[in-house]
Design a protein around this ligand. Structure first.
Ligand code: OXD
Length: 337
């Protein structure tokens, strides 16, 4: 039971014993779609220090000026700006594009992304799965099994001469690249600035995009969504890929011009695509992507944020702030990541 202390205005937990009162000195607001709330609330409540009160948007009343921290992923436009005394916004995911797409987002409030090894691992598993399915011709063998035919086929390309291009060499892209490199693939990455990663060729900036694409038999997009990367998977960039290239998008649907992908597949310039993210989610039943024979569709599951990692990120971030230490993983709004 929380009560307001008449003197300080702080809230007090009255369930504790005599003399044991802990004042609530900070409030975190959780704003999430209803079906996910309990998943994220449990670990938050478990890990939050006693002086941090967690309130859930839509379930509890709260005083707007008392909200210090917000945890969310896709808040409605204008919502963040309405929280006048906000100290930090925590993202429930690695991507922060939905926050920055809000013209009213208060750019002076630090926005902290989720950086968590489980996200990098899960995203890597997804890319490895899709690449190996294609590289090892698994669909060909599935069809043969279905027909009960013993049908062998020589692999189109050896692993060491199969070139993988990762668009975005940040936390996730670098982790993915090193795992694919260790499987023996020829891996390169493309990013805004040149990166040094052992055994991974680095291409940087728009000037080196063509050369990077021209050597990518598999193209994996893990870029942040920014005005500069929106629609980057399009007719022109597909034309720069070698014939027969395979495209994997686990970043954001808005990176892809869907009609251009379908055209490149139908012309057999591209051999296939695996898409986990879409401009409209859930993907409408009327979308041609669902039924395209060369497209694998998955429902934004390549890497789901682990609720315990999200809670840890929030609790550690708040503790750092309270100790006067700089926050980690703060987004640069001008850069968009
Ligand atoms: C993320 C996502 O950004 O799940 O983490 O899309």
């Amino acid at each position: 039971m929380w009560e307001r202390d008449a003197g300080t205005g702080n809230e007090i937990c009255s369930e504790m014993g005599e003399g044991e009162h802990v004042s609530v000195t900070a409030t975190l607001l959780l704003l999430s779609p209803e079906p996910l709330i309990d998943l994220f609330l449990g670990p938050l409540v478990e890990m939050a220090p006693l002086h941090l009160r967690v309130v859930v948007q839509g379930r509890e009343q709260y005083d707007v000026p008392l909200i210090d921290y917000l945890l969310s992923f896709r808040p409605p436009k204008g919502f963040v700006a309405s929280l006048l005394n906000l100290k930090v916004v925590f993202s429930m995911g690695a991507g922060v594009d939905a926050f920055l797409a809000d013209p009213d987002f208060p750019r002076h409030v630090p926005l902290v992304r989720l950086i968590d090894p489980t996200l990098s691992r899960d995203m890597t598993e997804y890319a490895v799965l899709q690449i190996l399915m294609q590289h090892r011709q698994q669909r060909f063998y599935d069809a043969a099994q279905h027909e009960r035919v013993w049908r062998q086929s020589i692999p189109a390309r050896r692993t060491e001469s199969t070139r993988i291009g990762i668009m975005g060499l940040g936390e996730i892209g670098t982790f993915m690249g090193t795992r694919l490199r260790d499987l023996g693939f020829a891996v390169a990455g493309w990013s805004m600035n040149r990166k040094r990663v052992d055994g991974i060729e680095s291409f940087a900036g728009p000037a080196e995009l063509r050369e990077f694409l021209a050597r990518s038999d598999f193209l994996v997009c893990v870029l942040p969504l920014t005005p500069g990367t929106r629609g980057i998977l399009n007719r022109e960039t597909f034309a720069m890929l070698p014939r027969g290239a395979f495209v994997i998008n686990t970043a954001r649907g808005e990176h892809l011009v869907e009609a251009d992908l379908i055209a490149a597949l139908d012309l057999s310039h591209l051999s296939g695509a695996a898409l986990d993210v879409f401009g409209t989610e859930p993907l409408p039943a009327t979308s041609p992507l669902w039924r395209h024979p060369k497209i694998v569709v998955t429902p934004h599951i390549a890497a789901l944020s682990d609720p315990r990692a999200v809670a840890r990120n929030v609790v550690d971030g708040i503790a750092r702030l309270e100790r006067g230490e700089p926050l980690l993983h703060v987004v640069n709004p001008a850069r968009g990541y």
